[in-house]
Design a binder for this molecule. Structure first.
Ligand code: ATP
Ligand code: MG
Length: 579
């Protein structure tokens, strides 16, 4: 490709919403442009990189025995109603009514469709296991699209789904997919960690997340220093805290008037206490059941852990009337005392059970109570009372006695053991060797193609621009003719360019009639990993300069060796990324 003919609109200024470096560089280097909130057009350089990621993913998936298919992006809502996810996905799933009054969804993922295919086509154990995948657009109406393509509304996902006769077969494919993901991310030049994850609304029994550690990531990775444990925030299990000892005998509970003071911060300011000495009671609705969650004032309830304790049922904060019915008070004054017979379950976090004394809502509008002793003033045991780990891990927590450390990261992929959640609901059954009918056991495996590009840039750039891993760079080599007006220089650059093309190298020739300085700035910005610079002075000595984008030193080589030296460099960069 010739730069003079190529559509690479680099710019100096970026829009104000481009908060993180990958977003800014993707705009500045002319990789993409925003169309609307969370939707982007990929321009030639950006699309070339995406295609390279896609072909790595495709190669590795095929090698792992998965078969590529393509499912529709527009799907009938009825399928989603059958699994209950038309409700669970909430507003993140976009819907529209067509001219025949049928309700459709824009696929945020494809478990329902793929399971319905299996329901129709799989009858016998002889057809199992089966692993199928697609690489296609997904739409999620994210509440807060941001960070460019890291959290967009429309994105490209590789999603695969496996079907098995039993758990052993699922375990085998799960391991193969896990290894395949490791190979894919290594080949893409990403440094990543794998962590245990919660399967969330996917359902199922096990999951791992592949995360690229970096400050701008929205995920939190929690791990022990010795590497024996790593999980994401949703999953990270913490040890119960030791029971606190009271300094002195605690007097009986005392009601205090806290007019219109409902929030933790306001109560703390008013009563001169700290959030860690408060007991927070949250009233949730899990289907028709009302349940209470009790956590320390400085802790956050972890919805995934809470859902697990509820046996996998998704819960949402109850509405005002429901809360008032349980507490007999306005919102903001709930407490764990005397509500056991008004809710179907009370789940109390370990850290609350360990408190010596606390302040909590009085279940009476405009009142709180002090000197509340867990176990004395509200029960920690009972038929519908469970003490469990239902909060987010925080600094200072331990896991199996080891200190937990925190780090931010970007989730690029996740693998799940789904079990039979979807196959049961959508009747994806098969006949086993003995002729008895069983639901297929399923796994599913996702990769965010766009996020790979953005996270590669997040972890590999400098103040001047992108430093691409060679495997996913829009071009492998950039040949720059510094003095395009000089016939000899232009000819040498042209020759090296054609020779590289002949050898199958993906090369861009900067043949623009511009000053060298401008060309070098663009070269740094777009970040092509290997650079051949052809300038008047060196050519007069019979030489050209070769340089890696990531290094500042260049080397002069004789013109006739330029092509072979460049190919050697390309190959050595590629070798560094072989898993
Ligand atoms: P997140 O927790 O970040 O919202 P998720 O866990 O809901 O992601 P999955 O359902 O596991 O995502 O989807 C598989 C992959 O698709 C993710 O690992 C991620 O790389 C990518 N992905 C998900 N949502 C988005 C998005 N809004 N924009 C870009 N990529 C996304
Ligand atoms: Mg995920």
């Amino acid at each position: 490709m010739r730069y003079s003919r190529m559509f690479i609109p680099t710019v100096k200024e970026v829009p104000a919403d481009a908060e993180i470096i990958s977003h800014r560089l993707m705009i500045r280097a002319g990789l993409m442009r925003k169309l609307a909130s969370g939707t982007y057009t990929y321009l030639p350089l950006g699309w070339r990189s995406l295609l390279k990621v896609i072909s790595i993913v495709r190669e590795e998936m095929n090698k792992a025995g998965a078969q590529e298919i393509l499912m529709p992006a527009v799907q009938p809502i009825e399928l989603w109603q059958k699994t209950g996810r038309s409700v669970d996905y909430g507003e993140t799933m976009a819907r529209f009514t067509d001219r025949h009054n049928r309700v459709n969804v824009l696929a945020p993922t494809a478990e329902e469709v793929v399971t319905s295919i299996a329901a129709n086509e799989i009858n016998s154990y002889k057809q199992l296991p089966l692993n199928i995948y697609q690489i296609s657009f997904k739409f999620r109406d994210e509440f807060r699209p941001r960070f460019g393509v890291l959290r967009s509304r429309e994105f490209i996902m590789k999603d695969s789904y496996s079907f098995h006769p039993d758990n052993e077969s699922l375990d085998e494919t799960y391991r193969i997919m896990y290894d395949t993901y490791c190979r894919i991310f290594t080949r893409c030049g990403l440094e990543y960690v794998t962590v245990e994850a919660e399967s969330g609304e996917m359902g199922g029994s096990g999951s791992h997340q592949f995360t690229v550690p970096c400050e701008s990531g929205e995920d939190t990775i929690i791990y022990t220093e010795d590497g024996s444990y790593a999980a994401n925030l949703e999953k990270a299990a913490v040890d119960p805290l030791p029971k606190e000892k009271a300094d002195a005998k605690i007097p009986p509970i005392q009601e205090v008037h806290t007019p219109n003071i409902g929030s933790i911060e306001a109560v703390c300011a008013f009563l001169k206490t700290k959030p860690r000495d408060m007991i927070k009671t949250l009233i949730y609705a899990a289907g028709d059941d009302i349940v209470a969650a009790v956590v320390r004032g400085d802790h956050d309830l972890n919805p995934e852990k809470f859902t697990q304790v509820l046996g996998g049922r998704a819960a949402e904060l109850a509405d005002e009337p429901a809360i008032e019915k349980v507490t007999g008070a306005k919102v903001g004054f709930a407490g764990p005392m005397g509500i056991a017979d008004k809710v179907s379950k009370i789940i109390i976090d370990h850290a609350v059970a360990a408190m010596a004394v606390g302040v909590t809502g009085a279940n009476k509008t405009d009142y709180h109570v002090r000197n509340v002793v867990p176990g004395r003033d509200f029960p920690l045991k009972g038929e519908n009372i469970i003490v469990a780990d239902i909060r987010n891990a925080v600094e200072g927590d331990t896991h199996n006695g080891k200190k937990l450390l925190f780090r931010r990261g970007i989730e690029v992929g996740q693998v799940f053991k789904l079990g039979t959640k979807y196959s049961k609901k959508l009747a994806a059954k098969f006949l086993d060797e003995n002729g008895s009918e069983k639901p297929c056991v399923m796994g599913c495996y996702g990769i965010g193609i766009n996020r790979i590009i953005a996270s590669a840039i997040e972890i590999s750039h400098d103040k001047d621009g992108i430093i691409w891993p060679i495997t996913i760079a829009p071009f492998e080599v950039l040949v720059t003719s510094v003095n395009q007006d000089d016939k000899q220089v232009a000819q040498v650059a042209e020759n090296i360019y054609t020779q590289l093309l002949d050898k199958g190298i993906d090369v861009l020739l900067d043949d623009r009639a511009l000053r060298g300085g401008v060309k070098f700035k663009d070269a740094d910005l777009i970040g092509i990993p290997v650079r051949v610079t052809v300038g008047k002075k060196a050519v007069a000595e019979g030489k050209v300069e070769i340089k890696l984008r990531r290094e500042s030193q260049s080397q002069k080589v004789p013109i006739e060796q330029a092509t072979s030296k460049t190919i050697d460099l390309v190959n050595s960069l590629k070798e560094q990324l072989i898993p």
